[in-house]
Design a protein around this ligand. Structure first.
Ligand SMILES: *Cc1c(COP(=O)(O)O)cnc(C)c1O
Length: 406
């Protein structure tokens, strides 16, 4: 059995003829830069997300950077970010001379809560960058209400949750009735960012990214910044950058976008299978915690992440025990040909790059604890139940055989 964290090849084989045709047609036309497929893909993504503007760019990190540039923030302005995320979220804040204010996350959802965000608020706060980590939506209802109350921008880092959604209650018109609406992740904040890195839920065959907004003024600024700060060719009104989505990538993405709902459903089904079987084995969460689905937001399981417990402690320090049980399980799985990954082994507050610029708003204990106890299992659209059975069997075996068993 050849088990992979992500099976890009298997996924490609199912859509090979459409993808090959799409790529060949771009090469045939030689419209490599800003070819018609870029526009078509963006229009189709706009429709899919029900958002007014999709601005293509080179990758997810650029999407975040361009978004923050468009907000016109000044050095010293503070931006609230979760301490438990991929580095890009906070890196662009530092790069622009802004101050990342790191807040803790919720132990079960891996996401920032409104209480965490509140602890990061100061008179200098200008924006919040919530991250829909591992495919789970943050509580956008509360975050948007908080942002409105305090006059803050919200830039969603939706690199891991494209295709997911949040249910938002909104008051309609004059009669004040409250309706519930499904809003796609990335379209709820002032701006949303995503990445088409190959392993993301909608991945291309190289680098790619996009920015979403319903705000016409911001859309114009974002487009301009992504294109050397020009609206008219060779007339540059602001300092921008050169960040484009390749035509070949756009053509591939346009094929794959038609499968995104199916991909999300396959991930969801695989996640349910893991959770059902793992809970059957460990109903009291003695050994590990399976992912919690918070609220009614659509979880799209970019990652399937367990928290490995330290109930087997025999007197060694909590911290080293966390490391050893999680890491021993990881090694055990690896010995049986099962890959697993630690997303993320270092919380942001411990990254050297941020030591002089970031402000930790609170103790960040949860982010720290998670970095020592999380383990992500293989998760992709091609995962077969017999492969999952094997993975689950080996996890059980590890805990049953484990010398730490109580
Ligand atoms: C992947 C990712 C990014 C960056 O995307 P790139 O396309 O690799 O630049 C940003 N934030 C999060 C949370 C991500 O997972």
């Amino acid at each position: 059995m050849n088990i992979q964290m992500v099976d890009l090849k298997g996924q490609y084989m199912r859509i090979k003829s459409s993808v090959d045709q799409a790529v060949a047609s771009v090469i045939d036309s030689c419209a490599f830069i800003n070819g018609p497929q870029v526009k078509t893909f963006c229009q189709n993504l706009q429709k899919y997300l029900n958002v007014k503007h999709v601005i293509p760019c080179a990758n997810g990190t650029d999407a975040l950077q361009i978004s923050l540039m468009a907000l016109g923030l000044k050095p010293g302005d503070e931006v609230i970010v979760p301490a438990f995320t991929y580095v890009a979220t906070a890196e662009v804040i530092g790069l622009l001379g802004l101050t990342p204010v790191m807040v803790d996350v919720d132990e079960r959802t891996f996401n920032v809560t409104i209480d965490n965000i509140r602890r990061g608020l100061t008179p200098r706060t200008k924006a919040i960058v919530p991250v829909h980590l591992f495919g789970q939506s943050c509580d956008m209802q509360q975050i948007m209400a908080f942002a409105k109350e305090h006059g803050l921008y919200v830039v969603e880092d939706n690199a891991q949750a494209l295709g997911g959604w949040s249910t938002i209650k909104e008051t309609d018109g004059e009669d004040g009735t409250v309706g519930e609406y499904r809003r796609m992740n990335g379209t709820i904040g002032d701006i949303g960012c995503t990445s088409f890195f190959p392993s993301k839920n909608l991945g291309c065959y190289g680098d790619g990214g996009a920015i979403m907004t319903n705000n016409d003024d911001l859309a114009e600024k974002l487009r301009m910044i992504a294109n050397h700060g020009q609206r008219i060719k060779y007339h540059h009104s602001v300092i921008g950058c050169n960040s484009r989505l390749d035509t070949i990538q756009a053509a591939i993405l346009d094929v794959k976008l038609q499968h995104l709902d199916e991909y999300c459903a396959l991930r969801y089904k695989a996640a349910q299978y893991y959770t059902d079987k793992l809970k059957e084995f460990d109903p009291t969460e003695k050994y590990f915690q399976t992912p919690l689905e918070a609220g009614d937001g659509g979880h799209v399981y970019h990652q399937y992440t367990l928290i490995i417990r330290d109930n087997h402690s025999t007197g060694a320090s909590q911290e080293s025990k966390f490391v050893s049980v999680r890491d021993e399980l990881k090694n055990y799985l690896s010995e049986h040909g099962i890959p697993s990954m630690v997303y993320y082994p270092l919380p942001l507050q411990e990254q050297e790059a941020f030591k002089d610029i970031a402000v930790p708003a609170e103790k960040l204990d949860v982010a720290k604890r998670l970095s020592l106890s999380v383990l992500s299992l293989p998760m992709h659209t091609e995962l077969k139940e017999e492969v999952q059975d094997f993975i689950i069997e080996k996890i059980k075996e590890f805990f049953i055989k484990s010398q730490y068993d109580v």
